[in-house]
Design a protein around this ligand. Sequence first.
Ligand SMILES: [Fe+2]
Ligand SMILES: [Fe+2]
Length: 191
Amino acid sequence: MNEKRAQFSNMTDAVAQDWQIIAKHHMAFCQGLPQRIVSHLQLLDGDFGGFPIDRLSHCLQAATRAHRDGKDEEYVVCALLHDIGDTLGPFNHADMAATILEPFVDEKNYWIVKHHGIFQGYYFFHHLGLDRNLRDKFLDHPYYQDCLDFCQQYDQNCFDQNYDSQPLSFFVPLLERVFATPKKSLYKQEV
Ligand SMILES: [Fe+2]
Ligand SMILES: [Fe+2]
């Protein structure tokens, strides 16, 4: 592809013009984020991992239930993405999802997604010899109940093989709106 590129070998040699080229590319790249998220969610399609439904269906069911309960778009998108980290972060999937969402959602939603792995453990850790009450260490946290509610209403119950979830395409406009503009970022000025 014949596109303009910066010309430095070391960043110490870069000039403002180089960074104008990179910034322009970065802005276009950011606009493609919702589509890349959709593509990554599609990796969860057919990935059962022993569960009754595959990981994409689980995410769609979580998002559909949240949407039908009248939750706002940001919350619905959090429900949709809460397990997106399963493919590359099988040992810290909640952190991965939270990190992707962090610039675009409020502090509470970020906290819910980041900690849902621990709170979700209430429903199965005891079957694996782990402490199901690990979430108790957050009892005094202002978002404790919010995270508990998320797992109760939009996670532990979202393995129903007969639930009529909306398709992924239904959530694309929500994804595009939530990921349109970061609320906070190290690069905010440029974005
Ligand atoms: Fe999860
Ligand atoms: Fe989940």
